[in-house]
Design a protein around this ligand. Structure first.
Ligand SMILES: Cc1cc2nc3c(=O)[nH]c(=O)nc-3n(C[C@H](O)[C@H](O)[C@H](O)COP(=O)(O)OP(=O)(O)OC[C@H]3O[C@@H](n4cnc5c(N)ncnc54)[C@H](O)[C@@H]3O)c2cc1C
Length: 380
């Protein structure tokens, strides 16, 4: 059978595209080189818990059309992301808000909190002036100007250094443009109107999107490229753009995360889905306890076990999952060379985080595909 579309990659981009094309009456085939569908959204079920195998995923958006679309596939639950920071055993709510300031300084009113922050910002400004610096010269000075010494040292410094594998004094200031402080008692991490996790896990979202569509797993496009190029009129490619062109200009770089997963015979390990470890001594950046994404209150105790993942930020090497595009000047320039080739393709459309070499949250991916004209996908 000849297909209208071969979709390479069953992540959210490929699955959403396939869903809409199928609904529009197109014949679609989705292939993925992984043993399962769903790309980075895939969850493995362990002892009844949906474990986010490629990193914790929380869907959030203010776009009603996107929210209604995904909820039309599977209803989302009421999970609200409210991470906690652990600094050498001291616990602080995130994002920085009145709860954090109360925990840090014992202040009670917004006025008291603001006075404390302003006092420490002024100290940072004075220290820079004394050193003859008009602008922050590195990430440390930038963060000190934004939030002052206490928050920087306990909640920003160690975490950022683990994430980047470098001292904050060696990182450029522009990495942190804003460090918002909220003068209200509100631990909800996202400012978006809607957030949640699909009821029954992300696999249900992917299964719903791909319902009625032919799929093949363990199938690498490059293993038999000529064949796969012959099966369809158009190709939607969501893999790595540099690989598509045989790395002819060189390899794009990524950052990645290593996960250390553990099944524990206890119903509730840390009482929250996300706990950040913000000092430098603990080698991991976060511990994710997966059950808290989908069970709340007393229901947490219905399952006597739990699964946790410790996250370690790691430089990417060949063979590792390419998670975050580096997007520095060198890599962006390289991507532009590949993009010029991609733009000239008559029947291949490149989309998603690997093909566009761009970090996307899930909702913008859905939004982008919803806006596409399925009958005429080639021009961007
Ligand atoms: C660690 C991490 C945490 C994240 N957390 C969040 C979050 O909390 N909230 C949020 O909104 N977003 C989050 N995201 C972003 C989210 O993962 C992306 O928006 C989404 O995965 C993009 O979908 P995609 O289809 O472009 O890519 P992918 O999910 O990467 O899908 C691409 C697919 O293509 C397949 N493929 C590649 N090459 C080939 C080939 N040659 N042949 C066949 N198949 C191939 C891959 O196996 C993969 O399945 C996170 C991302 C990461 C990395």
């Amino acid at each position: 059978m000849r297909y209208d579309y071969l979709i390479v990659g069953s992540g959210l981009y490929g699955a959403t595209f396939a869903h809409l094309a199928h609904k529009a009456g197109k014949r679609c085939l989705v292939i993925d080189k992984r043993p399962q569908l769903g790309g980075n959204l895939y969850c493995e079920e362990i002892e009844g818990i949906h474990v986010h195998k490629y990193g914790a995923h929380i869907f959030h958006t203010s776009n009603k059309e996107v929210w209604d679309f995904v909820n039309g596939i599977v209803p989302f639950n009421r999970y609200t992301n409210s991470p906690v920071a652990n600094f050498r055993g001291e616990l602080y709510n995130l994002p920085f808000n009145m709860n954090t300031f109360h925990q840090m300084w014992g202040v009670v009113t917004p006025e008291q909190a603001l006075a404390k922050i302003e006092e420490q910002r002024a100290e940072a400004k004075a220290a820079m002036a004394a050193a003859g610096a008009a602008e922050p010269r590195n990430l440390e000075e930038q963060a000190l100007l934004l939030v002052g010494r206490d928050i920087y040292e306990k909640l920003v410094k160690g975490y950022t250094e683990k994430q980047w594998g470098r001292a904050c004094t060696d990182l450029p200031a522009f990495i942190i443009k804003r460090l918002p402080v909220r003068l209200v008692y509100d631990n909800n991490y996202f400012n978006d109107k809607y957030q949640g996790i699909p009821e029954g896990g992300y696999n249900r979202l992917i299964e719903g999107l791909l319902e009625g569509i032919e799929t093949r797993t363990d199938t690498d496009f490059f293993a038999d490229r000529a064949y796969w190029e012959s099966v369809a009129d158009q190709i939607v490619f969501t893999g790595k753009i540099d690989e598509f062109y045989g790395y002819r200009y060189g390899k794009l770089e990524y950052r990645t995360v290593r996960f250390e997963q553990e099944l524990l015979p206890c119903p509730n390990y840390q009482g929250n889905a996300v706990v950040n470890y913000t000092d430098r001594i603990v080698p991991y950046t976060r511990i994710i306890e997966h059950k808290h994404f989908e069970s709340f209150g007393q229901a947490v105790y219905d399952n006597p076990n739990t699964v946790i993942s410790r996250e370690y930020s790691t430089e990417w090497q060949e063979g590792m999952e390419p998670f975050y595009p580096v997007n520095d000047a060198k890599n962006n320039a390289l991507y532009q060379q590949y993009k010029a080739l991609a733009d000239a393709e008559a029947r291949v459309h490149f989309g998603g985080r690997l093909a566009e070499y761009k970090y996307y949250d899930m909702a913008p991916i859905v939004e982008k595909v919803l806006k596409m004209n399925i009958n005429d996908i080639d021009p961007e």
